[in-house]
Ligand binder design. Structure first.
Ligand code: TRP
Length: 338
């Protein structure tokens, strides 16, 4: 399905990714990109730092998060020689394209956009005025995202559920422009949402999320990972009591990382009362460490050699720019009748 297609993923440099992000978003995105590359397609992977400044105003934090995210992607198998890997803010055509897209963005789309609506809902819950603390960057978020998408002639945008609507808005804006000039100026993107990708529960059983404080860290040392895994909720039933594995949180988390054989071993052990909670936590710990070990070494290397990463990002921007330049030229020629 990816033959010759252009896949584009953007990631905001906010928060520190945890194991749930890694298994549920980072690894699948890289795998998809690599699949497209194998099938003669293209893969763009960029750090959406313009999107991040709507919420994060501290330059040190932005710098640190950008560093972290880029090292995580490189460590997790993104090949900057094959994929286009760069910062959004290093492509000056993006804000120019955004400005043109504004003229085709119905304000009503923005009122209904998920990022803005979520912020309004939060204000209402807190008893504050609807637009309290909301800046125009957040309000117009989907138009900037549409510019990201059309700039590189993206066919497919892999997204989480919350971003589906933003890709639909991008498609609508691109469609409106093409219709107005009666010309295929912009590629119409589609989103790709994979239902099979794991949603990893956190140590308390809710979705793993930093805001719940229930995460298993990603590239930290064994001790921190062990501490999180051993805090996973269990009950006081004795080992000998046969248990239904599907009711056991450790097993649920194991599902997202174990091979079918490993999973069967844990499931059988629980059903037969042969494995206790200590055992299964150690099995999970071993699987997590085996999964991340190599990537963690690479991550630590890149974090302490960020000059090398910076060079990759700069090269990536140089490689990505021509497509954005061509899109901008097509738009300006059409819009201004040049
Ligand atoms: N809005 C996306 C998010 O919060 C990040 C993003 C910005 C993006 N531009 C994009 C994703 C373009 C895909 C394509 O996750």
């Amino acid at each position: 399905m990816f033959e010759g297609k252009t896949i584009l993923t953007g990631v905001k440099p906010t928060g520190t990714p945890h194991l749930g992000n890694y298994l549920g978003a980072i690894k699948p995105a890289i795998a998809l990109g690599n699949k497209a590359l194998e099938q003669g397609g293209k893969h763009y992977m960029f750090i959406a730092d313009y999107h991040a400044i709507n919420a994060e105003k501290n330059p040190e934090i932005l710098r640190e998060k950008t560093k972290e995210i880029s090292c995580i992607y490189l460590a997790s198998g993104l090949d900057p020689e094959k994929s286009f890997f760069f910062r959004q803010s290093d492509i000056p055509e993006i804000p120019e394209i955004t400005t043109i897209l504004y003229a085709y963005t119905p304000k009503g789309f923005m009122n209904k956009a998920h990022a803005y609506k979520a912020a309004v809902d939060k204000n209402r819950e807190a008893g504050k005025p609807d637009d309290d603390g909301i800046n125009m960057g957040l309000y117009t978020y989907p138009t900037l995202m549409a510019a990201d998408i059309v700039a590189y002639d993206s066919d497919i945008v892999p997204v989480g559920k919350d971003q589906v609507q933003h890709v639909e808005i991008a498609r609508d804006i691109a469609g409106a422009i093409n219709a107005h000039y009666n010309k295929e100026l912009l590629k119409l993107p589609t989103y790709y949402f994979d239902d099979n990708v794991a949603v990893v529960p956190g140590v308390d059983g809710r979705k793993m999320s930093k805001s719940y404080g229930n995460v298993i860290p990603l590239f930290e040392d064994d001790k921190s990972i062990k501490k999180a895994i051993f805090s996973i909720k269990t009950d006081s039933r004795p080992m000998e009591e046969p248990k239904n594995p599907d009711e056991i949180l450790v097993y649920e988390i194991y599902k997202s990382i174990a091979t079918p054989e490993q999973l069967k071993e844990m499931g059988d052990g629980l059903r037969q009362g042969k494995l206790g909670y200590g055992h299964i936590k150690n099995m999970l710990l071993d699987a997590v460490i085996a999964e991340i070990k190599e990537a963690r070494e690479k991550y630590n290397y890149y974090m302490s050699h960020f000059d090398e990463v910076e060079e990759m990002l700069q090269k990536g921007a140089q490689k990505a720019r021509p497509a954005a330049q061509a899109t901008l030229k097509r738009l300006k020629d059409a819009v201004f009748g040049r």
